[in-house]
Structure formats: structure tokens, C-alpha cells
Write a protein that binds this ligand. Structure first.
Ligand code: F0G
Length: 364
């Protein structure tokens, strides 16, 4: 594709790079690329922008994948859509499945999915199965169901999902180039199954193939994982072509509590060939970054804040230079995980039902 081919609105503006002209749409895409001047100065890079994917219809980037994936499911003519999920995929599938009038089934790790996401899946009418296991076990089961012809799989293993998610890359490059007259040096993003990492790399390769982008203009793909769930970081450190599955995973950023990143064989070459890297951050660093973004008015869920936490860590280590133009991807909205937000923020102060007493309290 070339930028001139892109017209219309949201994800489907990029239909020249997608398998259909239009999809099951709510609509999705065209998310903001925020300036964050204070954070930019504090972290110490030339330019820092936040691509806030939490501003999609169901509050995460998954909508970009579902608008294409559910369209394909319609084309194939399936009875039941299914996914395993740490929450956001299930919310998006439930909404897009409902929009298409199709039955949806979601498998969630019991007790490990943020409240907002379960509420969405529930209200949009998905049948929700809570599995006594982690996300990776849920994905094993749903893959078995798909193999037995019981459901159409809409996890990021489905390549049509990633086609839709490529549009994150198109939007970032177009917008950043319009604003700055050049392309960003680096894109930093949270990594779970590494679907976005793979999708961004594919978007860049397509733009290079069509002559829109020079090889040396491709942004460095930089993945961030939570320390308690970091098989991609381990693979990058060892120069592996695939990850080794982590059976035990834990992090406050439940969206990326994943031990077997199924898209690693596509994402690892993306990180290496763009001269990027991967880094792990602690839950404390994630919470601090969630507050940093909140102070700029940008509300994100913990997994999303991992991108900013990773940027700060790599900048502090000198692996990211002060002269770089960086875009951090924030993948999900604050309201997805209200409990995490309330824990990271200030507590409400109880006061009597009386103006004088309220004033006295404020003056204390
Ligand atoms: N950020 C958020 C908010 C997510 O929900 C996910 C994945 C990721 C980052 C990781 O993206 O898999 O492309 O590397 N959530 C999936 C789900 C697993 O089920 O909602 P990835």
C-alpha cells in the first residue's frame, strides 16, 4: 500500500492493505497520538507521543483485529466464534460478535481478568467459561475446540486479526510524519502474545515493499513485558527464534500475564531486524508509569503503562538515546481495570454533609 491509497475512516481507510473493502464496524481506529510534554522532558527523549489504543470502541486495540476477523468469519460462514483471553480480546469479540449476530464463546483464566472486561463480555452476550488455569491453558483448550470444528478461533493466531492490527502502524507513521516531517525512530509496546509486534512489523514490511518507506526509516520495535511473564525478553537475550513456555506467570498487568507468546516466531525477527529490543519491568515500575500517564490526562490500564515503564528503563540504561523520537503504544483504557486504577490513585476522603465542615476539612 501507499499512503495515497488510504482514504475514508478508521481501520477501513486502509482497506487497500486489508482482505476486504469493509468489515463489521463500530467503527474503530483513528485513535489519538497524544503529546506528553512533561513526561517527554522527564524521560529525556527528543519527541515522545502516546498512541492511545484505549480509545477504540470497546477500549482496546483488539477492535482493529475483530473488525476484520469477524468479517472473515461471516465470509466463511461459521456458527460459533471463540477466543481465550486475558480480558480485552473477549470484550472485543463479544461486541463484534453481537454486532454480526453471531454466537460467541470466551474462555477466561478464573480470577485473573479485570472487572471491566468481564462486564463487557457478559453484557454483549458472550458465553463465558472460567477456566481453572492461566491464559495459556485457555488458549490450548480453545485451539483444541477449533481443531475439532466446534468454533472459529479469533485469537491473534488468526492471521486476519493481525491484518486489522497493522493499521496501528499505518496511523502512527502517517500522523507522526505529518507532524514532524519524519518517521519515529522507535515504537515501544507492551507484549503478551506478541500479536501487535508481529502486525506492526508486517505493516512496515508492506510499506517498504511498496516504496513508501525506506528500510532505514523503519522504527525500532521495542517490546516490554512484566518481569513475572517475560519469555520474549528471555528469547531476545538468548538470541532464540522462539520462546520457551513459562508455566508460572504473575503480574498486576493481568492483560499480559502470558507465558507462551504464540506469535513469537513472527515477532522475534521483527524486533531483531528493526534493531529493536525487549525489556522486562516490575509491577512497581508499571504502576509508576500508569500514574505518569494519568498526570498528563491519559488513563490507561496497567499493561498499557508497561510501554512507558520500559521506555524509561531503557532510557535510564542508555539503550535509548536522548535524540530519539519515540511513540509508546498504550493498548487499553483505564476503566478496563478500575480496581488497579483505584489502588494506584488517591483515596476518597469522607466528609460530613455540611459546607463549613467541608471547608474546614479542605483547610486541614
Ligand atoms: N495490552 C493489552 C491491554 C492487552 O489486552 C494485550 C493482550 C496486550 C497488551 C498484549 O498484546 O498479545 O499483541 O502482544 N491481550 C490479550 C487478550 C491476550 O486476551 O485480551 P499482544
Amino acid at each position: 500500500p501507499t499512503f495515497d491509497d488510504f482514504e475514508g475512516r478508521g481501520v477501513w481507510r486502509h482497506s487497500s492493505a486489508l482482505p476486504f473493502e469493509e468489515g463489521v464496524t463500530l467503527p474503530e481506529g483513528d485513535t489519538p497520538l497524544h503529546y506528553v510534554p512533561r513526561l517527554e522532558e522527564d524521560v529525556g527523549v527528543r519527541n515522545l507521543r502516546i498512541k492511545h489504543e484505549g480509545m477504540n470502541p470497546t477500549g482496546s486495540f483488539k477492535d482493529r483485529g475483530m473488525t476484520v476477523g469477524v468479517r472473515v468469519a461471516e465470509e466463511v460462514g461459521v456458527d460459533r466464534l471463540a477466543c481465550a483471553s486475558t480480558g480485552n480480546t473477549s470484550a472485543a469479540l463479544a461486541a463484534y460478535g453481537a454486532r454480526a449476530g453471531l454466537e460467541t464463546l470466551v474462555l477466561l483464566p478464573a480470577g485473573k481478568v479485570a472487572a471491566g472486561k468481564v462486564a463487557q463480555a457478559s453484557l454483549h452476550g458472550a458465553r463465558i467459561l472460567e477456566v481453572d488455569g492461566n491464559f495459556d491453558s485457555c488458549l490450548d483448550i480453545v485451539q483444541d475446540l477449533a481443531d475439532r470444528g466446534e468454533a472459529y478461533l479469533l485469537n491473534s493466531l488468526n492471521p486476519f486479526r493481525l491484518e486489522g492490527q497493522k493499521t496501528i502502524g499505518f496511523e502512527i507513521l502517517e500522523r507522526f510524519h505529518d507532524d514532524e516531517g519524519r518517521f519515529p525512530d522507535r515504537i515501544v509496546l507492551p507484549v503478551g502474545n506478541a500479536g501487535n509486534t508481529s502486525a506492526l512489523y508486517k505493516a512496515f514490511r508492506e510499506l517498504v515493499a511498496s516504496g513508501e518507506l525506506d528500510e532505514d526509516q523503519v522504527p525500532k520495535l521495542t517490546g516490554v513485558q512484566a518481569e513475572g511473564a517475560a519469555p520474549m525478553v528471555e528469547a531476545i537475550e538468548h538470541g532464540w527464534d522462539d520462546t520457551e513456555r513459562w508455566d508460572e506467570v504473575e503480574t498486576r498487568a493481568t492483560a499480559i500475564r502470558i507465558g507462551n507468546p504464540v506469535n513469537a516466531p513472527k515477532a522475534l525477527p521483527g524486533i531483531r531486524n528493526t534493531d529493536g529490543t525487549a525489556v522486562a519491568v516490575s509491577d512497581e515500575q508499571i504502576t509508576a508509569a500508569q500514574r505518569d500517564l494519568a498526570e498528563e490526562g491519559i488513563g490507561v490500564e496497567p499493561a498499557s503503562a508497561a510501554s512507558v515503564a520500559g521506555l524509561r528503563k531503557l532510557r535510564d540504561q542508555g539503550e535509548i538515546g536522548a535524540d530519539e523520537d519515540v511513540v509508546c503504544l498504550t493498548t487499553g483504557h483505564l476503566l478496563k481495570d478500575p480496581d488497579a486504577a483505584a489502588e494506584a490513585g488517591a483515596d476518597p476522603e469522607p466528609v460530613p454533609n455540611d459546607t463549613d465542615e467541608v471547608l474546614a476539612h479542605l483547610q486541614d
